[in-house]
Design a protein. Sequence first.
Length: 279
Amino acid sequence: MPIVNRIADLHGEITAWRHDIHAHPELLYDVHRTAASVAEKLKSFGCDEVVTGIGRTGVVGVIRGSKPDDGGRVIGLRADMDALPIEEATDLPYRSTVPGKMHACGHDGHTAMLLGAARYLTETRNFAGTAVVIFQPARREVPAARAMVQDGLMDRFRIEEVYGMHNYPGLPVGQFATRPGPLMAAADRLTIEIEGRGGHAARPHISVDTVLVGAQIINQIQSIVSRNVDPLQAAVISICVFQAGSTDNVIPQTALLRGTARSLTPEVRDLLEDGCTRS
């Protein structure tokens, strides 16, 4: 399907927005520079309404179509603005200028794409109803989307449905992918604190080794999906942090495991939670 000429004309400008956001990453709710830039651009595009501070630092723009719409339909289009606490290891001309922060998950692209859509929609208004563009902070904090909803996002703007998309580097340039049913998984954080009995590494028999306990827990967790989830369903549990000890001759008193559980249905989500509790 050919790209609309006007959108193609905006490519260079949208790319510049993305590069600027990438060079100035911000974390969680502390996206003041990004949010201010988004709000300024939405106003310059001619949005009918621009609201800031929803969900602390979220930004919302309202664009009304020019075609008759007896039903008054309102559709939300969403993007996220926050970066990751990661050091950028590239030599790109627009690499991160902030130590320890990087747009490694592509939210700079999400924000730039939605700004491009807002620019096009405000120029043309060739649709019925109302489009509400939503720029969310702190996508990795569970309360973030809820905070915007609690600030009246859905009720204030009478939003009926919300659509968004996520970049996917594995796809060829210019292609989109979707599927029937659920597409993006529910993401739950997993934290396990282990308390044992520390001691000298040469006398393990009088200690309770939290490293060994943690290793056994990880092994058990890995069997939850393979032996409890229907093979026609999908689920993932990944332990991504194992913190214990500080020297090579002391069995640590405590250990910490952290990870993520991903699921596509409420039933599988409950199963993962139950399995982790039992492990």
